[in-house]
Design a protein around this ligand. Structure first.
Ligand code: AMP
Ligand code: MG
Length: 426
């Protein structure tokens, strides 16, 4: 490790602990093989002889000494040995508490296994802990450092140059573009400092057991206003929230009625060919198959059903395509599609970035599109991958849009070809 790196760690260590004595700081850091977090934790556990009462520990940037000579004498520890092996990207993008908030009357599901809790694996809702049990199990989870310390470290990360950030990323398994990495790093340390465990995100509780990502493809023409888009592909990619994996997929083409012949533009865009829709059931039949599929997985039926939500990229799948299709097919709008998780919206909010499309979101996360863009099932799979990253980063996915509140202005292209009056299915 370079002297510069050690100086950086020393300075951050002093910022975060308030310790001024350089020799003492270096001794503690050496003891912890220059792992900043381990050293800070040791201090806050009392090993360093101070507590976290920062009002009595004035923080001072010690500028009138040279650390080089002292740092030079340190053993040449291999920092990679110190790499954190947690698979976590622990953080959130705001200082809002996102950890183990138990909302009365609201069933929330613990992801993974609490170190002090029973094993909650499996998908049977009954196997999850009761709220009371959870609360008692959570008692050991106390704040180990003050918000002020965390704030200081976050401010420090905000000021870091890309080189400095890269240096810290080498301690963690954090990927993504600069914006996302900065936020991931901040929150990684925030949670680690707060909860003193290697993967604190495993204790975040989620609202839904399953998330079903949907991405419709529809008939279309190039730049044609008032076009009546009929749904021609209905894909669903099912995420098990606790397992943080894709566990199932549904896919069906639908035969359009009003414009049964696909335009060249549509086939070029979506990859869907004429023979695929010719041999497909109508939308009404497909909707019935979808509901059967959901029922078989105990997602729709009222008795003992799992908690689940649909998720989309933007509001259009439901506000535009499904609403119009239900009108064209003269069927009521399904109740289960009245509220959903708009992952594009949540992504922008959680990572504090501008709203952007699938490719950009993936790029920000350090990922690339897998499959064929504008194929419904491939789009849905990639949107699900974005959802999984959000879950892994500790984002609590809950409804953030509904058919009643969705902003019609955000509906792009051909959006004035149906009126807003919809009949809801009971
Ligand atoms: P996407 O999920 O981006 O593949 O888009 C869903 C549907 O929106 C497509 O199946 C088309 O019906 C329509 N669509 C997407 N892009 C365009 C475009 N550039 N022009 C016209 N329609 C489009
Ligand atoms: Mg699509």
């Amino acid at each position: 490790m370079s002297n510069e790196s050690r100086e950086q760690i020393l300075s951050d260590f002093q910022d975060c602990t308030g310790l001024e004595n350089v020799e003492e700081c270096i001794a503690i850091l050496q003891q912890h093989e220059w792992s900043l977090m381990d050293a800070i934790q040791a201090v806050h556990e009392g090993i360093g002889g101070i507590n976290d009462n920062e009002s009595t520990v004035p923080v001072q940037h010690t500028t009138n000494y040279s650390t080089s000579s002292i740092v030079n004498n340190t053993t040449n520890q291999n920092i990679s040995n110190n790499k954190r092996q947690s698979d976590s990207n622990e953080f959130d993008d705001t200082d809002q508490p996102r950890i183990i908030k138990t909302i009365p009357g609201n069933q929330r599901i613990a992801i993974g296994t609490h170190p002090t809790a029973e094993n909650t694996s499996g998908t049977d809702a009954n196997s999850f802990l009761t709220e009371e049990q959870r609360l008692s199990k959570q008692k050991p989870m106390i704040h180990q450092v003050s918000q002020k310390t965390i704030g200081k470290f976050s401010a420090r990360i905000n000021q870091m140059t890309s080189e400095q950030l890269d240096f810290y990323f080498s301690f963690t398994i954090i990927s993504g573009d600069m914006d996302i990495r900065r936020i991931r790093l901040k929150h990684y340390y925030k949670y680690e400092l707060t909860f003193q465990c290697k993967n604190p995100l495993t204790m975040i509780e989620q609202q839904f057991e399953y998330i079903a990502v949907v991405d419709f493809e529809a008939t279309c023409e190039d730049q044609q206003d008032n076009y009546q888009n009929e749904i021609i592909e209905f894909p669903i990619v099912l995420i098990n929230v606790q397992q943080q994996t894709i566990v199932d997929k549904f896919q069906s083409y639908c035969r359009p009625i009003i414009n049964p012949i696909l335009s060249k533009f549509c086939t070029d865009l979506t990859g869907i060919e004429q023979h695929q829709v010719d041999s497909a059931p109508t939308f009404v039949e497909v909707l019935h198959n979808v509901e059967t599929w959901l029922n078989e997985r105990k997602l729709l039926l009222p008795a003992n059903k799992h908690t689940f939500a649909f998720a989309t990229d933007g509001p259009w799948d439901f506000t535009k395509f499904l609403q119009l299709q239900c009108q064209l097919s003269s069927i009521p709008y399904p109740q289960w599609a009245t509220e959903w998780i708009d992952l594009r919206k949540e992504f922008a909010h959680f990572y504090s970035v501008k709203r952007c499309g699938i490719n950009k979101m993936l790029a920000k996360l350090g990922l690339t599109f897998d499959g064929r863009p504008h194929s419904g099932i491939d789009d849905a799979t990639n949107i699900a991958r974005i959802g999984l990253e959000l879950l892994k980063d500790g984002c609590i996915l809950s409804f953030n849009d509904s058919i009643h509140s969705s902003d019609p202005k955000s509906t792009p292209r051909n959006n004035n070809n149906y009126d807003d009056s919809i009949v809801f299915k009971n």
